[in-house]
Design a protein around this ligand. Structure first.
Ligand SMILES: Cc1cc2nc3c(=O)[nH]c(=O)nc-3n(C[C@H](O)[C@H](O)[C@H](O)COP(=O)(O)O)c2cc1C
Length: 201
């Protein structure tokens, strides 16, 4: 099983990217055979334009390798910082680039990140707006990493809050892995028809 993680902050020294690396380590502890981590730090992806449909050179080099990794994955963890009560624009751009066959009917785990006590708005935004055409299936559990500066440093929890967060992450990843196995059956069922129904309503 392969699980992809996207770290959605554009900042070069992003806390979201650090959280994403922690999640990748935890997935390895769960014996997941492969993880793929895409960080949007430093804006590696151009902004969407129509050339993506005709397979322009810019997109061949920047997006195709990523698209292949995602297509070969069984689940996606979306790590999103809260920026002005939203997910960063680069993360929305990422979802625009994901054509239907990349994420469709794969489970997604939302992990949001805040330097303070935010983190709820990006959960709501992702659940409302990023699944329609991607057909990514967000699982009911999600994780909010509040006060991220004090969380997930080193191997041992710093305090009871850090410990509770680590337990929730472990639990949520285990749930995601079970969904990943279960939804594979849905994708292989023969019912999914993305040619006739390429876009959600
Ligand atoms: C442009 C910008 C806007 C932000 N707005 C919010 C916000 O609305 N709520 C919040 O809790 N934190 C906000 N933050 C702080 C982030 O929570 C903080 O940067 C945290 O480390 C997660 O973002 P990162 O992954 O980019 O580091 C903002 C940060 C930036 C750079």
């Amino acid at each position: 099983m392969k699980i992809a993680i996207v770290a959605g902050s554009h900042r070069r020294e992003a806390e979201s990217a650090r959280v994403a690396r922690y999640l990748a380590q935890e997935l390895q502890k769960l014996q997941i055979s492969e993880t793929y981590l895409l960080s949007l730090s430093g804006n590696p992806l151009p902004l969407w334009d129509e050339e993506v449909w005709s397979g322009g050179e810019k997109w061949k080099s920047s997006w195709e390798p990523i698209s292949k990794e995602l297509s070969g994955s069984d689940a996606l963890v979306v790590v999103a910082p809260e920026w002005s009560g939203m997910v960063p624009a680069g993360l929305k751009n990422f979802f625009l680039l994901c054509s239907a066959d990349v994420l469709a009917h794969k489970p997604g785990l939302i992990v949001t990140v805040s330097a303070g006590v935010g983190g709820s708005y990006p959960v709501a935004e992702l659940r409302i707006s990023s699944y329609k055409n991607t057909r990514l299936c967000y699982i009911p559990d999600h994780v909010i990493v509040r006060n991220v500066g004090q969380m997930l440093h080193g191997d041992e929890p710093a305090d009871e809050h850090d410990e509770a967060l680590r337990r929730r992450i472990d639990y949520s990843l285990r749930v995601l892995v079970e969904y990943a196995g279960a939804l594979r059956r849905v994708r292989e069922s023969g019912v999914i028809d993305l040619k006739a129904f390429p876009y959600g309503m």
